[in-house]
Write a protein that binds this ligand. Structure first.
Ligand code: VTB
Length: 314
């Protein structure tokens, strides 16, 4: 572990506190149908917490441009000065999930040494992710789906029909779903929340063998940070639908628009990720106890570290 990573390690528990607090900030918004309000609460909490740390942090993955939400914007500088880090945030991943009190909205944050995370604009990304302990480069975005499924099934010593493939339930995936149906795989369609769907390829009980399809690019980089800690594999390719999106990408240094990024290009070196559950799901969401106390459940990922942290704020 290098010197900078040691400095990063000191922030390990800080990041769990930050996502716990932003999840708690969302608690009063769960189920109110107000996506913006919930997001705003999470953003404000996360910004205040990050500004309180002895870091010189730069937001490389922010939120907001695409859905016009209250932003922690790309390029925003945070902290009281200290260790130079890249920050990737999704203060409330699954704003709609939270607003409708459905499973698995999370508050998530990842950090790395400065200049190590892909500065992805808020556009879409084509993604493929698989779990740990699999041969390197087993699947590839440019290979036909059928071939990727076969390779994964062979490596997992199961039938293609035994594979659970997850994708966002969106009209843009109709053709992809047809191809998957023809292969007989089990498809898990999710409404939102593809950061967690990618991570589940590596998590015990996650029941996802492959995550596929088009989701947000910021969520893609966050997933890559977590998967890197977990030993998973991922590839992503940015998708540009307008000239304005291309101009935005160019302005943050992305010139090769059709580049296929592997996980190590999305997140160089080591990273850490903390995710706290806002609504119940894979872990328990924020609970309000007597006397305005709260409990949270947080997944903390870092090199060689997977921790599930239950915290009571009394
Ligand atoms: C996904 C998902 C997010 O956006 O990235 C998705 O993980 C992609 O955008 O939770 P569309 O909703 O436009 O398809 C979210 O659903 C919301 O940010």
């Amino acid at each position: 572990m290098n010197k900078n990573m040691n400095k990063l390690n000191k922030l390990l528990y800080n990041i769990t506190e930050i996502t716990s607090k932003s999840a708690i900030a969302c608690h009063s918004c769960i189920g109110l149908g107000d996506e913006r309000g919930a997001d705003q609460a999470a953003v404000e909490s996360m910004r205040a917490s990050l500004n309180n740390l002895e870091i010189s942090g730069r937001v490389v993955i922010g939120e907001g441009e695409r859905d016009d939400a209250p932003m922690l914007y790309i390029g925003e500088l945070l902290g009281k000065s200290g260790v130079d880090i890249d920050i990737a945030v999704d203060p409330l991943e699954g704003t709609t999930i939270c607003a409708h009190n459905k499973p698995d909205s999370i508050s998530v944050l990842a950090i790395s040494e400065a200049s190590n995370m892909l500065n992805a604009p808020d556009v879409y990304m084509e993604k493929i992710a698989i779990g740990k302990n699999l041969p390197q480069d087993l699947v590839d975005l440019d290979e036909p789906i059928e071939k990727n499924l076969k390779s994964l099934a062979t490596a997992k010593k199961c039938l293609v029909q035994d594979l659970n493939v997850c994708l966002l339930n969106r009209p843009r995936h109709v053709e992809l779903i047809k191809v998957l149906r023809a292969q007989g795989v089990r498809i898990k369609l999710i409404d939102d929340g593809d950061v967690l769907a990618c991570l589940k390829t590596c998590l015990e009980g996650g029941d996802i063998d492959m995550y596929l399809g088009i989701g947000g690019a910021p969520e893609g980089v966050l997933a890559a940070a977590g998967l890197k800690c977990l030993g998973g594999q991922m590839q992503g390719r940015l998708i540009f639908n307008t000239q304005e999106e291309i101009a935005r990408a160019n302005s943050i240094g992305i010139i090769d628009l059709s580049k296929k990024y592997n996980i190590h290009e999305m997140v160089k070196g080591e990273a850490m990720l903390s995710a706290t559950w806002v609504t119940d799901g894979f872990f328990k969401g924020v609970k309000k106890m007597e006397n305005n106390c709260y409990t949270t459940e947080t997944l903390l990922l870092a090199p060689n570290i997977i921790r599930i942290i239950k915290t009571a704020y009394i």
